[in-house]
Design a protein around this ligand. Structure first.
Ligand SMILES: Nc1ncnc2c1ncn2[C@@H]1O[C@H](COP(=O)(O)OP(=O)(O)OP(=O)(O)O)[C@@H](O)[C@H]1O
Ligand SMILES: [Mg+2]
Length: 234
């Protein structure tokens, strides 16, 4: 579904991503883990069309999408839930969800999509008339995921959805991620919480200083002594 070859991204003179290869098959849950500054967000932004790669090629469903703009990729089913959520605090939960459908224009199916998202994320249904700014951090993260689902993604890129959340809410977010996957959405998940991410996903990539240091099944990475020491605190 997604194939990345030699992706490189620079900010001025800083090489943030240095030629990485990566792939995600349809229906897979794949995680990208790594320390602060490893290039995880930069990679997702390049895949989502938000920054232009310095080198490399990106293929989505067999077609090259390198440097295609984000709005076009969203229409083609590739969406990003960005780091830090970015919900509209003064709008209600439901208004935020409707913002996620903007790329589709007038559409009679939008109401049905809202119902589907409320079924997957029941906490949002209870709070549909509440202003997003008054939601808890975890609820705002659920809203950001729900808003991305309104574009009917086939491939969803998630950037640190559990960041800054209390342990119980982290569990809830991972439950949400599994529920989204069960809906048939393919997922590429960036996480600092490497243990939970590897326990949830099928495969993983370890990014170190902008390069892929390891790529394997999640089970093998969980058992890998270097990964254990560096990322699992074992
Ligand atoms: N807009 C920018 N301008 C200059 N340098 C940047 C910019 N964004 C990121 N960088 C640099 O690129 C490198 C990779 O950053 P990135 O945000 O991709 O890391 P990350 O793996 O997502 O880290 P974190 O876990 O802290 O979110 C870092 O060294 C960072 O300082
Ligand atoms: Mg980041």
């Amino acid at each position: 579904m997604l194939e990345v070859k030699g992706l490189a991204v620079s900010y001025g003179g800083i090489k943030a991503v240095k030629g990485i290869d990566l792939e995600v098959r349809r229906g897979e849950l794949v995680t990208l883990i790594g320390a602060n500054g490893a290039g995880k967000t930069t990679t997702l932004k390049a895949l989502a069309g938000l920054i232009r790669p310095a080198a490399g090629r990106i293929y989505y469903n067999g077609a090259e999408i390198t440097a295609r703009p984000a709005f076009e990729l969203v229409r083609r089913g590739l969406a990003l839930v960005p780091e830090g959520r970015g919900v509209f605090g003064r709008l209600t939960v439901e208004e935020n969800l409707l913002m996620g459908a903007y790329s589709r224009g007038a559409d009679a199916e939008i109401a049905a999509d809202l119902d589907r998202i409320y079924a997957v994320l029941p906490r949002l249904a209870e709070r549909r008339r509440q202003r997003a700014g008054t939601l808890s951090g975890g609820e705002q993260q659920m809203l950001a995921i729900g808003r991305a689902l309104m574009s009917r993604p086939r491939l969803l890129l998630l950037d640190e959805p559990s960041m800054g959340l209390a342990p119980l809410m982290v569990q809830k977010i991972f439950e949400t991620i599994r529920a989204v996957a069960r809906e048939g959405v393919t997922l590429l998940l960036v996480e600092q919480n490497a243990k939970l991410a590897l326990e949830t996903c099928d495969r993983g990539y370890v990014l170190e200083s902008g390069a892929v240091a390891a790529a394997d099944t999640a089970a093998n990475l969980l058992a890998n002594s270097d990964v254990k020491r560096a990322y699992l605190g074992e």
